[in-house]
Ligand binder design. Structure first.
Ligand SMILES: Nc1ncnc2c1ncn2[C@@H]1O[C@H](COP(=O)(O)OP(=O)(O)O)[C@@H](O)[C@H]1O
Ligand SMILES: [Mg+2]
Length: 984
């Protein structure tokens, strides 16, 4: 039977769709145009036999006779074995009449090699005595004709496995069939190991002859992709693998399905895999390396037994050097001539164990093979050899090369020299870090630390470096563990400064995770420790900067934060360290800006950026840009805002700190959205998504959701918009409760715009108000919240609230806080009847909107002007403004607003709505018009103006509307209008 590695149950075929398609295609072709031959070379275990099985199943279903045979490497096998297998089976099962016809006059010849035939046909075995050449030809002809005859009954598929072991006679027979039966409906598929052509001259010759006849299609089987390995594993285990297991499996198996299956089997046996109910993960309690699966070991043994002992000795040393090895290096280690080594390697190449790669270099054909040979060396000898190789490498190697350092670490560790192992692992880590390979760097740093003597003076610095790298790689929780370790270390040594540094790093890391309580505690602890130290200046600045920012920004205690910030700035005056000065300037500037002292903030922030850039401190510069961008945003300098964001993105990308990127694109997106470019905005949000997915902190996810909510709102997808807002608020509420006031106003606005019930809107309004209560009236968060809730109060015709909010918002005139404050003020003034003020504010807003290209504001200003002109009795011009606003919204795909205001344009003072149109809830055309104006946020007075009615009549209409629609307030009526498409 065909040699197969395994006797386990067969899994459904994974991958190989292209190969199978080609095979089936050739089968089809053989039906009409005769013999087709396909050769499938591939390394052991790659799935040659499996593919033959699959082909057999398919072609059998298609009605073919499928004959399977294979060569064997066992000694003493008869010649023609593949054919004996194929035909022997056939003869035993074929119905007698058919068999008689197919064999007919061939039978006497065939029985010389196929005794089964004699038995079935009940004829005497023949022993012809012909000269050998003649006998051979007669036999070939008989077998060929027999096969041809079979193919006349049903299409014939002949599968010959493992031809690398086929005897010359079988291969010649194969060549004969190919040459003389080209018009038979036969598909012939042969597999062999890729080394087969070198190992078996007869195969080489046959393949060469077939190629000369242009007969075969050669289809080398390649290793599986990672995805295919993953599929295979899922089939094998009935469930998917965790990404960690999958990556390991792929690396270790190198895409070889046999190795993959054996590894999985081994891991299961060793309880390395645990089933979480959804997937298979590694059992965290088991560490270390696993033994080589026995099946792989025995395969390697098979190969080795046929090799000379001297070859094996070379391979053993090579296996200790590594997967790839250089001949001259090996020669040095072995104290032999390179030519001699090369000669021995040739034998190993022929056995398929190694293969030449770069000039002078060789490679084990699979790492599992190297591992198997490695395992055969005694541990004592291994240690010695590793040490020897390490020292040799130290002499010859290029220590600037990261790979060399890794190798050195590898060998010294295994030689038992932990000192040198740690040293080189650390170096390798630094090299990786310099090459921006963070994950690799972290792995090296960790192994260096594992090897380091606990009393070594480098321990603490190494821990800090590891923690920083982990944090840079967004592995915040791992970083926390590392810094905690550093802290514990300094606790035992009693070093205060070290403790303070560890506290500082812990505080920063907790803060990144929005874990504010420990963040503040550790920063405070760092501050306390440093204050008792004379030499603390430098660190003190860092701690004050972080603490000030945290208290002011995350806990919303602005003035308290400023105290820390000013202290930091004061300190830097004495220290004259530009990097620190940049940070101090940045934090003071940032906090001033947040309390509406923008004029003072701007020069500080600009100075900070300048210093940080001069110092080439990418992260600090990026932080400065973040603060500056907000200042430009708030002062409605949209051009500068977008420009500085671009710089920030570039700096953050360069710094490699994903954390720095968490909000950049979202802000850019907001800029694009406000300029009316929803698609560009959406693309940027998608970009953010990728960044945010890598982070452990939930806050940036919530921030991102808000961006998507805005896009949905403006596209008129109110339900999605609201859903996203609700979700993001839930996250903010959970992780940054002290900062909720920045976000909650949005919820009121979105609930209102989505036509949510009165109570839901009111509850949020009240919560926002109570959150704002204790906050410094100059804090920008007040303006930020108000720009969201003022429109709600206006739409609700809530005069008391509008009055109250107006007084709160007035100090922020001239700013942009998600909306132009002047425009919002104007809307309130129109509502309250202060027209001169409204005109002033509106003109200011219109100018800024146009100059800065803030499309949204330009459009909303036109809506405001429409309302103003209505109040002033100039409805003709009012309508023109509304038309322009609608056009702006429509041109920019702001579907929600466009629909809302377009419906107003269809309203006429005369009731020219066709009377026949049936409106929902039995509303009259006049009532529909009133309702549309209500939904667009006009007050009764404005509606009266617009429709040339008295306010009282409007009120009466409203009562009628409320009754018919079973609503008891404007918000509910607006929701009704939106639901029934009246307002859209
Ligand atoms: N495409 C595949 N889908 C599923 N299992 C596969 C596939 N290819 C190979 N295998 C499995 O891998 C192992 C080795 O495959 P095999 O066909 O015996 O390799 P080869 O004949 O090339 O040495 C077998 O257990 C086989 O079932
Ligand atoms: Mg096989």
């Amino acid at each position: 039977m065909a040699e197969s590695f395994t006797t386990h149950k067969q899994l459904p075929l994974v991958g190989r769709t292209r190969e199978l398609a080609i095979l089936l295609n050739q089968f089809e072709a053989s039906l009409s145009s005769g013999l087709k031959i396909i050769l499938l070379p591939g390394e052991p275990g790659i799935g040659k036999t499996r593919l033959l099985d699959e082909l057999a199943t398919h072609t059998k279903e298609a009605g073919a006779t499928v004959l399977v045979g294979g060569a064997s490497q066992d000694e003493g096998m008869p010649p023609y074995l593949p054919f004996l297998e194929t035909l022997g089976g056939y003869i035993e099962t074929c119905p007698l009449p058919a068999l008689e016809t197919q064999t007919a006059y061939l039978a006497p010849t065939l029985v010389t090699i196929l005794p089964e035939l004699a038995a079935r046909l009940q004829i005497a075995p023949q022993t012809y005595q012909l000269p050998p050449e003649q006998a051979r030809f007669r036999l070939f002809k008989a077998v060929g004709d027999f096969l041809h005859n079979i193919s006349r009954y049903t299409p014939l598929v002949l599968l010959l496995d493992d031809l690398q072991w086929a005897d010359p006679a079988s291969l010649d027979l194969l060549g004969h069939v190919a040459r003389y039966h080209q018009n038979a409906s036969i598909l012939l598929v042969g597999t062999y190991r890729e080394t087969g052509l070198k190992d078996n001259p007869a195969l080489d010759r046959t393949v060469f002859q077939l190629n000369r006849l242009h007969l075969p299609v050669t289809l080398p089987l390649k290793p599986f992709s990672e995805a295919a390995v993953n599929d295979l594993a899922a089939q094998f285990l009935g469930m998917a693998l965790s990404s960690e297991v999958c990556a390991q499996l792929y690396t270790q198996s190198e895409g070889n399905p046999f190795f993959a299956e054996e590894l999985l089997r081994q891991w299961l046996e060793e309880d390395r895999l645990v089933n979480t109910g959804e997937q298979w993960g590694f059992n965290a309690t088991l560490g270390g390396e696993t033994a080589l699966p026995a099946s792989i070991a025995s395969l390697i043994d098979q190969h080795l037994t046929r090799l000379d002992e001297k070859v094996i000795a070379v391979l053993q040393v090579a296996a200790i050097v590594g997967r790839a090895f250089e001949v001259s290096f090996l020669a040095n280690v072995l104290g032999d001539e390179p030519e001699a080594i090369e000669g021995k390697l040739l034998a190993a190449v022929n056995a398929g164990l190694v293969r030449p790669s770069d000039p002078n270099w060789y490679l084990f054909s699979h790492d599992k093979i190297r591992e198997g040979i490695y395992a055969q060396v005694s541990s004592f000898r291994r240690r010695r050899l590793h040490g020897y190789i390490g020292r040799e490498l130290e002499l010859q190697g290029d220590l600037e090369n990261a790979r060399t350092c890794e190798n050195l670490a590898y060998h010294f560790v295994r030689s038992g020299d932990r000192q040198k192992g740690a040293h080189y692992a650390w170096l390798a880590g630094e090299k990786a870090l310099a090459a921006c390979a963070l994950t690799g760097a972290i792995a090296h740093f960790r192994s260096a630390l594992d090897l380091l003597d606990p009393t070594d003076s480098r321990l603490a610095e190494w821990l800090f470096k590891l923690g920083e790298t982990e944090r840079l790689n967004s592995q915040d929780h791992a970083a926390l563990a590392t810094f905690h370790r550093a802290f514990a270390h300094f606790k035992t040594t009693g070093e205060k400064l070290g403790q303070a540094r560890a506290c500082y790093e812990l505080g920063r890391t907790y803060w990144r995770l929005e874990d504010l309580k420990p963040a503040q505690q550790f920063l405070q602890q760092a501050l306390d420790l440093l204050e008792s130290l004379v030499e603390a200046g430098e660190w003190l600045v860092g701690v004050l900067v972080e603490l000030g920012s945290l208290v002011a920004m995350s806990l919303n205690r602005q003035s308290e934060g400023l105290v820390y910030a000013y202290r930091a700035l004061e300190l830097t005056r004495h220290l004259a360290i530009p990097r620190l000065e940049a940070a101090a300037c940045r934090v003071v500037g940032n906090l001033l800006a947040r309390t509406n002292k923008i004029r003072e903030a701007l020069p500080l922030l600009e100075n900070g950026l300048e210093l940080a850039r001069r110092e080439n401190d990418l992260v600090e510069a990026s932080e400065c840009c973040a603060c500056l961008s907000l200042v430009y945003f708030w002062t409605a300098n949209f051009h500068q805002f977008m420009e500085i964001l671009q710089l920030r993105a570039a700096l953050a990308e360069q710094s490699q700190d994903t954390f720095q990127l968490r909000h950049v694109y979202s802000w850019q997106s907001l800029g694009e959205i406000m300029r009316g470019r929803l698609d560009a905005g959406e693309q940027l949000l998608n970009k953010t998504q990728k960044v945010v997915d890598k982070l452990e902190s939930p806050e940036p996810k919530a921030f991102l959701m808000q961006g998507f909510a805005y896009i949905n709102l403006f596209r008129g997808n109110y339900a999605e918009a609201l859903e996203l807002t609700e979700q993001s608020i839930a996250i903010f509420r959970e992780v940054v409760p002290d900062n909720l006031c920045w976000y909650l106003g949005m919820l009121a606005y979105f609930r209102h715009r989505s036509g949510q019930d009165e109570a839901g809107v009111l509850a949020v309004l009240e919560e926002v108000e109570s959150l704002l209560e204790p906050i410094d009236p100059a804090s920008l968060v007040i303006a930020d919240a108000l720009t969201k809730i003022v429109p709600v109060a206006l739409d609700r015709d809530d005069r008391d609230r509008v009055r109250k909010y107006y007084a709160m918002l007035l100090p922020f005139s001239g700013l942009y806080v998600d909306a132009l404050v002047d425009r919002i003020l104007a809307e309130m003034e129109i509502y309250l009847g202060d027209f001169p003020a409204a005109i002033r504010h509106l003109e200011a807003a219109e100018t800024v909107a146009v100059i800065q290209g803030i499309m949204m504001e330009a459009a909303f200003s036109k809506v405001a002007r429409y309302k103003l002109l209505l109040r002033l009795g100039n409805s003709e011009e009012a309508r023109q403004n509304l038309t322009q606003a609608v056009k702006l919204f429509e041109d920019n795909g702001i579907k929600g607003e466009a629909a809302l205001y377009r419906s107003l344009l269809t309203i006429s003072k005369e009731e020219n709505v066709p009377a026949k149109t049936a409106f929902p809830a039995g509303l009259s055309p006049r009532e529909v018009n009133v309702l549309r104006l209500v939904a667009a946020g006009l007050s009764n007075r404005q509606i009266a103006q617009e429709l040339s009615l008295s306010e009282k009549t409007v009120a009466n209409h409203l009562t009628g509307i409320f009754n018919k629609t079973s609503c008891d307030n404007r918000a509910a009526a607006t929701a009704f209008a939106l639901r029934h498409g009246i307002a859209r």
